[in-house]
Design a protein around this ligand. Sequence first.
Ligand code: FES
Length: 107
Amino acid sequence: MTARLIRAEDDPIERRVSARLTATFDGKPLEGEAGQTVAGLLLANGIDSWRTTSVNGRPRGLFCGIGVCFDCIVTVNDERDVRACQRRVRDGDVVCPQHDELPEVKH
Ligand code: FES
């Protein structure tokens, strides 16, 4: 079996072509398809990490992909802590990465 792209009209499972949409990530316009998750949109556009950890600034993106780990959080239309793997992207969405600092400890 070889890896190859099958055109939608030639696909034996009769897949339909979805409506196109545009959203932005970190100010850059991205093209996607209706029904994609935010994580799907980012991955399809070659973005595999979209936030950094608070402790060491390590890159994070999709980990579990099922809404359990919260590694994929982003800000969507000013709403913080949105799990990118669970939110379907909508046309015109503004997606931003989150780079949170550790809270200050008061003694
Ligand atoms: S990747 Fe784990 S919650 Fe989204």
